[in-house]
Design a protein around this ligand. Structure first.
Ligand code: ZN
Length: 395
């Protein structure tokens, strides 16, 4: 691993970093290893650009280019931070791509035409599975404990299950339309789109549960694809091979129907489907309901500005628009999100809660109206029924 920073890099616990990285890479190599191809490369390099607040990565065949924040690096004589765990998760993610996407590839990416967009409906597999396995590899390499893995998975599930765009866009379309939608987001994206990363992760968790109920581990599907690559590296993954591979691993499920319902069509029922399926693998999913207006507000130069209005939410019913400035709520001046939350909490505490008075500024004109908050799922929590029910976590 090479770390590059404009500022002097001092006080970094490089030994801890090397030990953690080595454990993660060994675990992933063991996950994919077999006799013919112990490793698909001679050397592998993590190239890391360190900055104030960077985060992200790009996979290459035998290396990765990463961005991370200074605060995410482990410091000498300091305990492990959540930011460092995130950085290790990012390393695990890009390293997993060595096999899944840089060798096992979707159709169209074997000989891509790089002067045009290359369209595939399968990014949910390549980024979704990788998003499920990156955190999982932190557990399998004993960098985190099961409870920490469930917290990390809960965070990913919250990001997608609280998004109403699932009623509009299917997972396959999220993948096909990545070039024109995912990479060109607008103020309505959360209402009309899903992320093939987090939605793909959540759908692969559902797939895992359904396979596990039939006695098949999801690892087996990945191992089959790796064997197929070794038999013929030019053989790409496409929707029909995906269906056939699932059918041969687990013939008791109608996979054409399953993929149509969960991948090809918009699937706003994913939270309910997960809540139903996960107890069979020892997990319970619960939604955290909180009073909400259904808006995203950002603090900008002393003003509280509406950045996003959720479809079918109290804010949409009350006619709020992106760009409105929220000045007062329930007769109180509000200047930040904490003050809005305080007003919503006191609304919830009152059993006969009436609608709240609102003052908005729109294009310089003051608008006085009312809004009735609603209880909405703002977070999801994944918990173990008991430790012994989680043996599939460490196969
Ligand atoms: Zn990725």
């Amino acid at each position: 691993m090479v770390l590059v920073d404009e500022a002097p890099l001092t006080g970094i616990d490089t030994e801890r970093l090397a030990a953690d990285l080595s454990a993660i890479c060994s675990t992933e190599q063991a996950f994919w290893r077999n006799e013919q191809h112990p490793y698909p490369f001679q050397n592998y390099l993590f190239q890391v650009m360190v900055s104030h607040d960077g985060y992200g990565g790009l996979e290459h065949t035998n290396s990765t280019a990463l961005m991370t924040s200074r605060a995410s690096l482990p410091r000498l004589h300091q305990k492990t931070s959540k930011a460092y765990e995130d950085f290790l998760g990012l390393c695990a993610h890009e390293y997993f791509h060595v096999w899944l996407v840089k060798r096992i590839k979707p159709e169209g990416l074997i000989h891509p035409q790089l002067d045009d967009a290359v369209i595939t409906p399968l990014l949910w597999i390549f980024e979704g599975f990788t998003s499920l396995y990156d955190d999982w590899m932190l557990l399998r390499s004993e960098r985190i404990k099961p409870a920490e893995l469930l917290t990390r998975w809960s965070d990913s599930l919250t990001r997608t299950l609280t998004t109403v765009g699932a009623a509009q866009q299917s997972l396959a379309d999220a993948s096909r339309e990545a070039w024109i939608k995912f990479y060109q987001p607008n103020e309505n994206s959360a209402n009309s789109q899903v992320s093939y990363y987090t939605r793909g992760m959540a759908t692969s968790l559902l797939l895992l549960a359904e396979l596990q109920q039939q006695g098949v581990h999801l690892d087996n599907l990945l191992h089959r694809w790796w064997q197929d690559w070794q038999d013929n590296p030019k053989q790409a993954l496409n929707p029909s091979k995906l269906k056939d591979d699932l059918t041969s691993l687990c013939p008791h499920i109608n996979w054409a129907l399953w993929l149509a319902q969960h991948v090809e069509q918009p699937n706003p029922q994913l939270a309910a489907q997960l809540a139903l399926a996960l107890p069979s693998i020892g997990l319970v999913l619960t939604a955290k309901l909180q009073p909400s207006l259904g808006v995203k507000l950002a603090e900008e130069q002393g003003a509280l500005v509406v950045k996003q209005v959720t479809l079918d939410s109290p804010a949409q019913s009350a006619g709020w628009q992106v760009g409105d400035e929220l000045i007062a709520l329930s007769d109180w001046r509000v200047r930040n999100n904490t003050q809005v939350e305080q007003q919503l909490a006191s609304w919830q505490a009152n059993p006969n809660s009436p609608a709240l008075s609102v003052v908005l500024a729109r294009k310089g004109y003051l608008i006085t109206s009312h809004i009735q908050p609603a209880l909405m799922a703002t977070a999801y929590d994944l918990a173990a029924i008991n430790e012994s029910s989680l043996t599939w976590l460490t196969p």
